[in-house]
Design a protein around this ligand. Structure first.
Ligand SMILES: [Zn+2]
Length: 375
């Protein structure tokens, strides 16, 4: 018989919530909302948009001790992948690993511990735009949400904690020039040449392309209309990544200076800080101890060259724990999750969350000070 956890995961997988399918994103978020509204939670967010999101906390605060984050959107897949299957002890389907297993665990927790929620100080975030930039996570942070720690199972494969993830800049450069006949370049202003000069100079500043380096890649180049015409417009896209905040700052400073020198415009289309796992907090220490109990071995760590929504929290110096159970094939047509890891993973989250008791004194000390004196 299918367990409750598997049934919930199968239902979430059955909603084809591809990031650019607003109807399905609405449907999946409405389902989550209708489920959690049955429990004592403080719910806010923005559900009236193409990429709806919501946050539910056990206390009336924007600073929960742990925020459990999950994106509900997935990358495209064949229709068959939206029916979850179980084969050879594996759960197969779009989103089983990336990352509907998280929303499944959170929903199950809320249902199982409905009566205990008010004694805890945790929150749950559900978004539908991670695969296309995670802008709702940014919006939430701009609205003043400041969780003390965020749990995001969106990396850190096979029970390894993501120790480091690169920060990034996605930049679009635009050059505007003046058209002329190709035979008379002095009468025009070649936008393509200026774009090429800037990207060449940037590449010379960051020439390294090895995994641990700061890497710079020109990923798109457009411009020009005919072989014998000077281009009056050109654009380039550049992807920059590094494990170090200083590299990102250096890149930004150089970019600003070069675009000024060559008269280019630029816009940041994506950004985020490097994520560095912070082992020092009590909440993280409790998690590490429980993780060792679960796996029966010392904690293992991994590094990520890609990004998740952790980068947005890192911008605000909010620590994150990024870890997933055993599975794989994210974004591929054979995405899978080890079936027996779903209850194991849930138990780990459950035990950890239940330890996060709400304490009025420690969490709202400043609020007490603002109370008028009774004497
Ligand atoms: Zn993901």
């Amino acid at each position: 018989m299918q367990s409750d956890l598997e049934a919930t995961l199968a239902h979430l997988v059955s909603i084809p919530s591809v990031s650019n399918n607003p109807a399905a994103c609405q449907e999946i978020l409405s389902y989550i909302k209708s489920e959690i509204e049955q429990h004592t939670l403080f719910i806010s967010g923005d559900t009236d948009r193409e990429s709806p999101w919501l946050i539910a906390t056990t206390q009336d605060t924007k600073e929960p001790d742990i925020l459990f984050a999950a994106h509900l959107d997935v990358v495209p897949a064949d229709a068959a992948m939206f029916t979850m299957k179980k084969e050879d002890g594996k759960l197969l389907g779009r989103g089983v690993y990336d990352m509907k297993l998280a929303a499944t665990s959170y929903l199950h927790f809320i249902r199982q511990h409905s009566k205990t929620l008010s004694q805890l100080n945790v929150g749950f975030l559900f978004t539908t735009d991670e695969e296309v930039g995670g802008f709702s996570t940014l919006a939430m942070l701009e609205m003043g949400w400041r969780p003390k720690l965020v749990f995001i199972p969106d990396g850190g494969d096979n029970w390894q904690i993501e120790e480091l993830a690169k920060g990034l800049y996605g930049i679009e450069l635009i050059a505007r020039g003046k058209t002329a006949h190709g035979s008379r370049p002095w009468e025009g202003d070649n936008a393509l040449h200026r774009i090429l000069d800037v990207t060449t100079e940037l590449r010379q500043l960051f020439p390294h392309q090895q995994p641990d380096d700061a890497t710079l890649s020109v990923t798109q180049l457009t411009g020009g209309a005919a072989i014998n015409q000077i281009a009056d417009y050109a654009s380039a896209k550049v992807d920059f990544r590094s494990f170090h905040k200083e590299d990102l700052a250096l890149f930004y400073a150089e970019l600003t200076q070069l675009t000024e020198k060559y008269g280019l415009e630029f816009t940041i289309t994506q950004g985020g800080a490097p994520h560095i796992f912070d082992k020092s907090t009590d909440t993280a220490k409790r998690f590490l101890a429980l993780l060792e109990n679960t796996t029966g071995k010392p904690v293992e760590y991994t590094r990520s060259y890609g990004g998740s929504d952790a980068r947005h929290f890192a911008e605000y110096d909010i620590p994150c724990i990024v870890i997933e159970p055993f599975g794989g094939g994210r974004h591929s047509d054979h995405e899978w999750l080890l079936a027996s890891d779903l209850p194991r993973y849930y138990s780990l989250i459950e035990t950890w969350a239940l330890q996060q008791k709400f304490s009025a004194m420690s969490n709202h000390a400043s609020a007490f000070h603002r109370q008028p004196s009774l004497s």
